[in-house]
Write a protein that binds this ligand. Structure first.
Ligand SMILES: C[S@@+](CC[C@H](N)C(=O)[O-])C[C@H]1O[C@@H](n2cnc3c(N)ncnc32)[C@H](O)[C@@H]1O
Length: 202
């Protein structure tokens, strides 16, 4: 498996939850709108703050990540709320989805091209009718900021680039814009940050 695994395993091996134990606010807003007992896949879910929140609400939750250390903490966090989640340990480079979902959600999943386009296309094809794919990602304008995110332009997002990926896919864009927001997520994301928010339906 790639460098991603090593990098994130090392980070998540440290004490505590790097991005906190409460969900990303944008992702939570999508979870809150889902029908009871929805099936949700979280991509690049790390230590599981979004997955644990969704499980607590009674949804059927799967969390995928390249870091097994992150996924172990994700299971522990969900269990601390009295719920089990399914974890999928794989690099997205190798991902061959076998299930369908009502929602696929991700926060700060920073993929280079062509992996980004490949993963987005796979996601659209595994959504049930009426399903949603939503994510919050650092934008290119985050580069000079010190409030989180990779310092590598190939991993950062723009609304235009996402529009190009989504346009040929069988989905309807509901929300796609760049915005500056204040993050307060563990010790990993603190302060004003530039993000792209995306939500599409099939
Ligand atoms: C910035 S962290 C965000 C974690 C979580 N979504 C959150 O917001 O708390 C990025 C996560 O994406 C995962 N990731 C990055 N590239 C990946 C890949 N190619 N395959 C699987 N997971 C990947 C990392 O292991 C890490 O857990």
């Amino acid at each position: 498996m790639s460098d991603q695994r090593e990098f994130w395993n090392e980070r998540f091996a440290k004490e505590g939850y790097f991005y906190g134990t409460t969900p990303n606010l944008y992702i939570a807003s999508h979870i809150d709108r889902l029908k009871p007992s929805s099936s949700i896949l979280f991509l690049g879910e790390g230590e599981g703050r979004n997955a644990a929140y969704a499980a607590k609400l009674g949804h059927c939750v799967s969390a995928l990540d390249a870091s097994e250390v992150g996924l172990e903490k994700a299971r522990a966090l969900s269990r601390s709320f009295g719920h089990e989640i399914t974890t999928i340990h794989t690099d997205l480079e190798l991902w061959e989805p076998t299930e369908r979902y009502d929602a696929v959600l991700c926060s700060f999943l920073h993929l280079p091209e062509p992996l980004r386009s490949d993963v987005f296309a796979k996601v659209i094809h595994i959504l049930n009718t009426g399903g949603v794919f939503a994510g919050e990602f650092f934008s290119i304008h985050q580069l000079p900021k010190t409030t989180g995110g990779p310092k590598d332009t190939t991993l950062l997002y723009t609304a235009e680039a996402l529009e190009k990926i989504l346009t040929p896919l069988p989905c309807t864009v509901q929300e796609l814009h760049e915005i500056d927001i204040e993050l307060n997520e563990g010790r990993g994301h603190i302060g004003i940050a530039s993000v792209v928010r995306m939500a599409v339906k099939v």
